[in-house]
Design a protein around this ligand. Sequence first.
Ligand SMILES: N[C@@H](CCC(=O)N[C@@H](CS)C(=O)NCC(=O)O)C(=O)O
Length: 313
Amino acid sequence: MLVKGEWKSKWHPVQDKDSQGRFIRQSSAFTKRITDVNLAVEQGLRLYVAYICPWANRTLIARSLLGLEETVDVKVVDPQLSDYGWQFGSSLGATPSGVEGVEYAHQLYTMTEPEYTGRATVPVLWNINKNKIINNESSHILRILNDDLRPIHDSAINLYPTELQLEIDAFNQSIYDSLNNGVYRAGFASSQSAYNEAVIAIFKRLDELEAHFEVNGYAVGGKLTESDIRLFVTLTRFDIAYYGLFKTNLKLIADYPALSHYLKRLLQIDAFAKNTRVDHIKAGYYSIKALNPSNIIPQGPKLDWFEYLTHGV
Ligand SMILES: N[C@@H](CCC(=O)N[C@@H](CS)C(=O)NCC(=O)O)C(=O)O
């Protein structure tokens, strides 16, 4: 991580833990919204992302769904985490190193704030002219794309419609601790009890969601919203990475018929299919040395939803 603008010690996944060994995620430091849309577009908007990363994947799906591919540029880091965190390179179609003078994602943080202390995470929403981070919190970036940039895209899709906001917030909350972050709480637990607690919560929530999708087509309100994006990115990584690497292995998503059906329905939407990169997900998660020192990437699983992907595996 960065300490007063200097990169200190090799990258390690465990950021912080409590006295019981529970993983604690840092909160995001850059939280501006866009108020002057024309100026923001004139100055240039870019997302720095990793296809392996569920938080970044959220923003890519929203960008595509809302028709913002021409307005918001994208640069992609290598899936493998280096000793210096995310790096640009040549792996699996990532943006080459050195483009715009940037080799590592942590440089984006020090360009924005030379004395920055903290982890250099993706996604990052970037002001191209100013060379500065606007926002590095995916839940905010979703709202920036959907709400703040609405004058530009005027999309028929609204991922956070007024009448569903309370329900969306409640749904998001119900899956954040248990699932979105819950899988990391299992994978990066520093004690058996912290791991056990996380895994129990994950499967309790998955069982509840299975019951929900037996009778509902979407997470909230009978239509596509940001809650579907937030659930989708965790479901697609589950059988490929979390089940094996994070030991969330009581069941696969493939063992849940309604959740599997929901996943396949979303994957028939281009924005979901084209931004799901199984090759990046596998290469990235299994490069986390603290959990997989041999760096061997498993051959499986082979899942029936792979047929919907536009990039292949
Ligand atoms: N709350 C942030 C979390 C972002 C995050 O933790 N991203 C991970 C990748 S999945 C990251 O960049 N980790 C690098 C690190 O922790 O050093 C968001 O939702 O945008």
